[in-house]
Design a protein around this ligand. Structure first.
Ligand code: ADP
Ligand code: MG
Length: 341
């Protein structure tokens, strides 16, 4: 199947909270195409989050286990084009027969059906035929079925039959794992802090994440192990828009709360719960050392407190850094993350 790209496999599709449901549903479908209730399986999510990779991985896995199965991968755009061509060439029967003979159809980016009523009609019939025959349909889309504007209701209702599973932006840990896997595959080694820097700063899209890494490697004539953090920052200046961004209290608050796994708005509340107080005091301390804000502004930001509270917080943090090893590590960790940005 020339349409399947052998590079997209389950093996190199990193699992994380961001994709757990979609990935495991995809795996189930690959083991038993047409034989699960996940028919169609609809994978949806934003640009560059791994829809095509996962959809292709399902197709490749099916071919690996069941080489006789007819699996077709087609982008919605290409399908639409083929349909128009078949109209022009009077080969519409061939077109329909080709798709109806498949055991598995993977159609990528079905949001592109919007506005194309005739192609939707044809696909509606192909879908029904395949579904009735117990064949597997796999779809990807940039939105969940309920938000797909411009698609006919009857087609949408079919899309809702099986399972819709979304892909989210991977968390930091998963982004690091993706980069590591990618480098490992290419036989490249980079210092951990460089990988972390890239993963930290590119947090919207896996394609860009990989792009940054590729750009870094392309620019470098050095032994990759010699790329240090400073050099990486320099090389990625254009890639990472916020390199010279001023650190804000908002950002400090976000980092600290993420680190201690406390809800962001709690820091500004009146609560005296130990872990919240700790997060609040560290946030104040870091705001004093990493922003130009006055004590008064810092106090006001963290829940309308006065400047003496900020002084007290900073003193407390400094004391604890001296006396409590664990606490020192916490603050250092967060500071490191701040410097990454
Ligand atoms: P989409 O189709 O959603 O726009 P792609 O499937 O093209 O996204 O993914 C973009 C890039 O990110 C691809 O190179 C893909 O291999 C990679 N990618 C996305 N998610 C993962 C993941 N979980 N593990 C490994 N690579 C991933
Ligand atoms: Mg895609």
């Amino acid at each position: 199947d020339p349409q399947l790209n052998a590079n997209y496999t389950f093996d190199n599709y990193i699992e994380g909270d961001c994709n757990r449901l979609a990935r495991s549903a995809g795996y189930a479908v690959a083991a038993k195409p047409g034989g699960t209730s996940f028919n169609p399986l609809m994978i949806y999510g934003g640009v560059g989050l791994g829809k095509t990779h996962l959809a292709q991985a399902i197709g490749n896995e099916i071919k690996r286990n069941m080489p006789d199965k007819l699996v077709i991968y087609v982008s919605c755009e290409k399908f639409c084009q083929q349909f128009v061509d078949s109209l022009k060439n009077n080969t519409i029967n061939d077109f329909v027969n080709f798709y109806q003979a498949m055991d598995v159809i993977i159609m990528d980016d079905v949001h592109n059906f919007a506005g194309k009523e005739k192609t939707q009609d044809i696909f509606f019939h192909i879908f029904n035929h395949l579904h009735q025959m117990g064949k597997q349909v796999i779809l990807t889309s940039d939105k969940p079925p309920k938000d797909l504007a411009g698609l006919e209701e009857r087609l949408l209702s079919r899309f809702k039959w099986g399972l819709s599973a979304d892909l989210q932006i991977p968390d930091l840990e998963t982004r690091i794992a993706i980069l590591k896997k990618k480098m490992y595959a290419d036989g490249i080694e980079l210092p951990a802090e460089v990988i972390e820097y890239v993963a930290h700063n590119i947090d919207n899209n896996v394609r860009e994440l990989e792009g940054a890494m590729v750009s870094l490697l392309a620019q470098s004539t050095l032994n990759k192990k010699d790329i240090d953090l400073a050099l990486a920052k320099q090389m990625l200046k254009n890639f990472i828009k916020n390199t010279s961004k001023e650190i804000s209290m908002e950002y400090i608050q976000k980092l600290v709360c993420e680190y201690f796994e406390v809800p962001v708005d709690m820091v500004k509340s009146q609560t005296r719960k130990r872990e919240i107080v700790q997060a609040r005091q560290i946030s104040m301390y870091l705001s004093k050392s990493h922003t130009k804000s006055s004590l008064k502004t810092i106090g006001a930001f963290f829940g309308g407190r006065d400047h003496s509270t900020v002084i007290y917080a900073c003193q407390t943090v400094e004391d604890l850094i001296e006396t409590d090893k664990k606490f020192k590590i916490y603050v250092n960790d967060i500071q490191k993350k701040l410097k990454m940005s």
